[in-house]
Design a protein around this ligand. Structure first.
Ligand SMILES: [Fe+2]
Length: 251
């Protein structure tokens, strides 16, 4: 079994990720060369910015992408990256999203353009709402929300059973704060899953796992790398419990 990349914009023509079928093919080829065997397609869902036909177009793009992925020996599964904003409550009620491979795990993102500390209570309330709707939040690229990572909130989320996802690219090509936060998170073991958040082979967010693993091995053991890139993402896709890597405890 290879790497399972559960956050990526591989499906074409639906968001700011792959634009054309050719873009998708290039991303899949590059992913395969980087040891990927499974992906979850997670196009953005930005509540309030989608029209009525969007969800059917969305599903169609994922269905076509998953057919193409077979040619590259990659199993492509459904998903979404749901933005947390004021209108997310309605989207939850109407189930306008795809959980990861239709499991209880739902990939969500905070708004990187808002100050996290000012919006913290809003996110806590909304994440609770997601929980009582029957889903476990998988919080996307947590290292990107803070100038300096708020370890207390990450610890709290882990305690609540939420899943922490980090972009592997933040380790080698992120901003100074993203890189610093990424390293801090790894040192505490406050990450469950690494993913690419791939958008295009032409920009920095592509599935460069070979490069990422070299950087990762400075902070993690081989066993931990296997958990972050293979075992935990597969647990997510099967709807199973993820393994904690929290140092000195089993939160
Ligand atoms: Fe993303």
């Amino acid at each position: 079994m290879g790497i399972a990349d559960i956050h990526g914009h591989y499906a074409f023509g639906i968001d700011d990720g792959a634009k054309t079928i050719e873009d998708t093919k290039k991303l899949l080829k590059y992913a395969k060369e980087n040891g990927v065997s499974h992906i979850a397609m997670t196009p953005h869902i930005k509540p309030g910015k989608m029209d009525d036909d969007f969800m059917s177009e969305y599903y169609k793009a994922m269905k076509e992408t998953s057919q193409i992925a077979k040619d590259y020996g990659i199993q492509a599964l459904v998903g979404s990256e749901l933005l947390l904003n004021d209108l997310t409550y309605d989207y939850l009620k109407n189930k306008q999203f795809y959980s990861l491979n239709n499991t209880k795990y739902l990939l969500v993102e905070c708004d990187i353009n808002k100050d996290f500390e000012d919006t913290k209570q809003f996110y806590l309330d909304l994440l609770y709402e997601i929980e009582i709707s029957g889903y476990t939040p998988v919080i996307a690229h947590v290292e990107r929300y803070f100038k300096e990572i708020d370890l207390e909130i990450i610890k709290h989320w882990i305690h609540l059973g939420y899943v922490i996802q980090m972009n592997i690219q933040s380790l080698y090509d992120g901003s100074a704060s993203e890189k610093k936060n990424a390293i801090t998170l790894l040192k505490h073991g406050y990450v469950h899953i690494l993913a690419s958040d791939s958008h295009s082979v032409n920009n920095f967010r592509k599935p460069s796992f070979n490069k990422g693993i070299k950087e990762l091995s400075k902070y993690c053991s081989k066993e931990e790398i296997k958990t972050l890139l293979k075992e935990n993402p597969i647990h997510i896709l099967k709807g199973e419990k993820v393994k904690s890597l929290v140092k000195g405890g089993n939160s």
